[in-house]
Ligand binder design. Structure first.
Ligand SMILES: [Zn+2]
Length: 137
């Protein structure tokens, strides 16, 4: 039987990943905020509470929980993935591949904190799911 791989991330790695994660969340929130501010859609304006730039990141993030908009769907999904990652950071299994259980290198997690697979498994996953995002024209 297969033993559960322990993460190879040390304390410093985890701090670097957490910093990258926080940074990425800030970038995503800024993108989402900009997209909302640009929008003519009243639903988006309602999320901003009528005062663009004044709402706190926390309030914005909370509002996003109920918001589904194709335009910022990718950003919102990544933001939620980052939040989920944050929750998992204390777990023993954090930093291991969801598919093959191999340790995910710290550098990969810093580059992409929401990564749940090693590079090989992610490539496999992307190949398997390739084309689905492009739709049919
Ligand atoms: Zn893997």
């Amino acid at each position: 039987m297969k033993a559960k791989t322990m993460t190879t991330l040390n304390k410093q790695d985890l701090q670097a990943v957490r910093a990258a994660l926080e940074n990425r969340k800030g970038v995503l929130l800024a993108e989402i905020r900009a997209a909302l501010a640009d929008s003519d859609d009243t639903q988006f304006r309602a999320v901003l509470g009528g005062s663009p730039g004044d709402s706190s990141d926390e309030a914005l993030a909370a509002s996003l929980a109920d918001l589904s908009a194709a335009r910022i769907d990718r950003e919102v999904r990544e933001y939620r993935a980052l939040e989920a990652t944050e929750q998992r950071m204390g777990d023993a299994g954090f930093g291991t591949c969801a598919d093959c259980d191999a340790a995910i290198p710290a550098a990969r997690l810093v580059a992409n904190p929401a990564a749940t697979r090693c590079v090989q498994c992610q490539e496999m996953f992307d190949k398997t799911h390739a084309g689905q995002a492009h739709g049919s024209l």
